[in-house]
Structures are given as structure tokens and as C-alpha cells.
Design a protein around this ligand. Structure first.
Ligand code: SF4
Length: 334
């Protein structure tokens, strides 16, 4: 194994997921490629329906019925998760990889105290007695900014932001190597969002965790991530370091995402949303999936899937615009 491979926390290659429904085959992920270097945070950005949550669930092998993983590999620190048995996966979930969802109530049990729920997560993966686990649960609460005495309360006694802090405490209770956060602050007020994000940043640094931040919000990615992958119709269309992608976005979809952000320098400027809608995943176009919405589409885009073209070792784009052209020239024109 070479040094570069050893430095990877997560490597997803050529991953495809389908939902086989009575109405046809919904292609949720199409040859997805993702990689996260150990101890770094990757932002996975795209619109609703792009396949972001499916990617997170696939890593945990929790794709709901009638979804199936039809090909590819998911390696966590070199070990292929698709080759593990269900019993082995149960010890991966929560211990090696944890996932935080948008709505904290999907992860909390309304009839158990919050300290019992954190303690239970600890006891699932570690040989700890009840008293020891409860003691650690109270420490975890303090760590996420909740006084330990409140551990005896039930989820309904907490505000939305506090509930999400409890979920984060549960997710971090066994110090996972990889944390998947799926729109973790979308359901929260803006000021609470900022507090929760700041806390996640600190905890990630403290535990040197790798993180996959799933979001539609480029501002959150700028705040918390090292690299970014832009996903469209279940496929990564552009990837690079934050600096590469934010300074020099290449894919017309990435450019559209940036253009649809409010312009803080000119508050009178109109937002420019990307026209059209994401294609029906049960009837994807044969060529580039973005083609029906792209102002720069050419004939080749309608029939042939675009190749991946590298601008540098990290930054790549999947778009016919950059095929067989030196990058400098295309960037200037584009
Ligand atoms: Fe647009 Fe063609 Fe590039 Fe797709 S491949 S984004 S249609 S220019």
C-alpha cells in the first residue's frame, strides 16, 4: 500500500445505487467517487435529490428497501465496507462511523432521558458498566455545552439546538474516525446554526476526526471543510480544495450554484437561480445529466457522458468543455 492510500480515511469508487420500484429503476448514485483524507473535512454539495443522503446511508450500508448497491467499493481506512458481514457492520456503525441527521428527533428516543441514550450508545460498543457509561454520558453533555444535570431530562424538554447537541454527543460518544453530518443545522435558527457549527469545528479538531459534511449550503462548506465535491444526479461533477473550487469553479453547475448565492457586496443584485429542475433519476439523459439546464451544451453533451478532466492533482471536473483543451485557455474564456 502506498503512502497516499494510507492517508485516506474514506475512498468511494464507482459506487452505484438503484431503487427498484414498480414504476421503474431510480438511479440514485451513478459511479460516485468520493475521497476524504484522514483528519480532514469534505463538503458534499448539491440540490435536494442529488443523492447526498443516499451517499451517507450507503457508507453505513443503511440504504432503505427497495434500494440496492449495484457496484463499486467503499473503503474505510483501506477496508472495503461492502465486503463486511451485517454483524461486522453493526460494530462499524457508531464506533468507526457515526451519522447525524437534519432532524434530531429521528435519532432521539422521546421516552428515555438524554443521559441514558448517550450511555446506551457507549455500552453498545464498549465494555463499560452502567455507572461508568452514565458518568461518561454526563461528560459528553458538558463537552457539547449542556450542563450535566440536564442529562436526566427528556428530549421534549430541550430546544431544537440543544437536541441537536445531544445527537452530536451520541454520535461522538465512541469517538468515531469518520463523522457524517447530513444537513445538521438546516432545521435550526440561524444564530443557533452558527453555535452548533462552531462546536462541531472544535470537536473535530479535538478528536482529529474525518468528516463528510452533506449540505446544500456553500457557506457552511467554506466555514468548516477542507475540500468540496459537487454532486449532480448521483455523480460528482467537480471536486477540489476549497480554494480551487471557490476561486476557479469550472463546471457550469458549480458556477450556477455560486451565482445563485446572495451577493453581499451588491445587495440590489438579483439572485440568479439555476433554470430548470434536476432530471428524473428513473429517466436520466444519455449524455451529460446537466445538459437540459446548461447554457453551454453542445451536440456531444447530449449523447456522450463527459470525461473527468484534471486541472491539477486535486481539482477535477466532468464536462466536455475541458476535453482536449489546456485549462488556462478554457478558464479565461469561461
Ligand atoms: Fe454543459 Fe456539456 Fe459540460 Fe454538461 S458536458 S455541463 S452539458 S458543457
Amino acid at each position: 500500500m502506498n503512502t497516499q492510500k494510507q492517508d485516506m480515511a474514506l475512498e468511494i469508487e464507482d459506487l452505484s445505487v438503484e431503487y427498484r420500484t414498480g414504476g421503474g429503476i431510480v438511479r440514485a448514485l451513478n459511479s460516485l467517487e468520493l475521497s476524504i483524507k484522514r483528519g480532514t473535512a469534505l463538503g458534499l454539495v448539491g440540490e435536494t435529490g442529488a443523492g447526498k443522503t443516499t451517499a451517507g446511508l450507503a457508507i453505513l450500508r443503511l440504504i432503505p428497501h427497495p434500494g440496492v448497491i449495484t457496484g463499486g467499493s467503499i473503503r474505510l481506512h483501506g477496508a472495503d465496507l461492502l465486503e463486511k458481514t451485517e454483524k461486522q457492520m453493526r460494530s462499524v456503525r457508531g464506533k468507526e462511523v457515526s451519522m447525524i441527521f437534519q432532524d434530531p428527533m429521528t435519532s432521539l428516543n422521546p421516552v428515555r432521558t438524554v443521559e441514558e441514550q448517550i450511555a446506551e450508545a457507549i455500552r453498545q460498543h464498549e465494555k463499560a458498566g452502567r455507572a461508568e457509561a452514565l458518568g461518561r454520558a454526563r461528560e459528553m453533555l458538558e463537552m457539547v455545552g449542556i450542563p450535566a444535570v440536564r442529562g436526566r431530562e427528556y428530549p421534549h424538554q430541550f430546544s431544537g439546538g440543544m437536541k441537536q447537541r445531544v445527537v452530536i454527543a451520541i454520535a461522538l460518544s465512541c469517538t468515531p474516525q469518520l463523522l457524517i453530518a447530513d444537513e445538521p443545522t438546516t432545521a435550526l435558527d440561524v444564530t443557533i446554526q452558527a453555535q452548533v457549527l462552531e462546536m462541531m469545528k472544535e470537536l473535530r479538531r479535538k478528536y482529529r476526526m474525518s468528516m463528510l459534511m452533506i449540505t446544500h449550503d456553500l457557506g457552511i462548506v467554506a466555514d468548516i471543510c477542507d475540500e468540496v465535491s459537487i454532486i449532480y444526479a448521483g455523480h460528482v461533477v467537480e471536486h477540489g480544495t476549497l480554494e480551487d473550487v471557490y476561486r476557479n469553479p469550472l463546471h457550469p453547475y458549480t458556477v450556477g450554484l455560486f451565482n445563485s448565492l446572495p451577493n453581499m457586496a451588491d445587495r440590489t443584485a438579483k439572485l440568479k437561480p439555476i433554470k430548470g429542475l434536476m432530471p428524473d433519476p428513473s429517466d436520466l439523459p444519455p449524455g451529460c445529466a446537466f445538459c437540459p439546464r446548461c447554457d453551454r451544451a453542445a451536440d456531444v453533451c447530449r449523447t456522450r457522458q463527459p470525461p473527468r478532466v484534471h486541472r491539477n492533482a486535486e481539482h477535477y471536473v466532468c464536462c466536455h468543455l475541458y476535453e482536449d483543451k489546456p485549462f488556462q485557455e478554457v478558464s479565461k474564456d469561461g
